[in-house]
Design a protein around this ligand. Structure first.
Ligand code: VGL
Ligand code: ZN
Length: 238
């Protein structure tokens, strides 16, 4: 008789993932310890329904993030924090519309509607987040001529936000990334976290994507290549 491993081996990947969906397969197997931190990326009004760069179903990440955050002693939140007239805004480029691209000194830049302008209500963190223990709020994208999807390194590929040094000083080694948007700030943060040597998990159901011009599939491929682990909130042991 075939044992379970032989049956699984014979099923092929598609059948296997159908029979053992990720959440079930790895049920609550990942432990949060003192060296773990949750990074809550850009859960800001502009990215929520009604916001100027609303991510579809973006508000659905809030209860999931609030739930998993209870298990973390260490939480960092980020805030996209642009100057008025920031270079990433379509309105700063004559004849350009949101979601078109331009070539800038540091590479290709997707152009966005004006969003997360410093000090505005749109840039505020969602009032529905309930994570009072969060230790650090890191702002990014505040240099007028450089975007910063990543919470670690600006889009020029060299200017640091200081986050890696802070995490290392706090002896934090395993990062769980959640928030908005999966294919931009979450993905760039997760890939940079790997580059900086952190064990990195992205909690898929605690994120939502923008998905413009194939960006979501590309982001998951880039993250897989960088060694980012894709998990569901149910995989995290309570
Ligand atoms: C983001 C586009 C522009 C994000 C920020 O938080 O993913 N996306 N600025
Ligand atoms: Zn932005």
């Amino acid at each position: 008789m075939l044992d379970r491993r032989q049956i699984i081996a014979g099923m092929g990947t598609l059948a296997t993932s159908a029979a053992f969906p990720e959440g079930l397969w790895a049920a609550a197997s990942i432990k949060v310890d003192d060296a773990s931190a949750l990074l809550v990326i850009d859960v800001q009004n502009c990215f929520l329904p009604g916001g100027s760069l609303a991510v579809k179903d973006g508000d659905q990440v809030v209860p999931v993030i609030n739930r998993i955050a209870k298990g973390f002693a260490n939480v960092v939140m980020t805030q996209d924090w642009h100057t008025p007239g920031h270079i990433s805004f379509a309105s700063s480029h004559d004849g350009k519309k949101p979601f078109e691209t331009v070539d800038l000194k540091y590479g290709k830049q997707v152009l966005w509607p004006d969003h997360c302008v410093q000090g505005t209500d749109g840039a505020a963190l969602s009032k529905d987040l309930t994570i009072p223990q969060a230790e650090l709020i890191i702002r990014k994208g505040y240099h007028n001529d450089v975007d910063s999807y990543s919470a670690f390194t600006e889009a020029d590929g060299k200017t640091t936000t200081g986050l890696a040094a802070w995490l290392k000083a706090r002896k934090l080694k395993r990062l769980f990334v959640a928030g908005l948007a999966t294919d931009f700030c979450v993905a760039w943060t997760a890939v940079d976290a790997r580059k900086a040597g952190f064990e990195t998990y992205v909690v898929e159901d605690a994120c939502r994507g923008i998905d413009t011009q194939g960006s979501l599939a590309k982001a998951w491929a880039d993250m897989a290549k960088a060694g980012v682990k894709r998990i569901q909130s149910g995989d995290i042991a309570a």
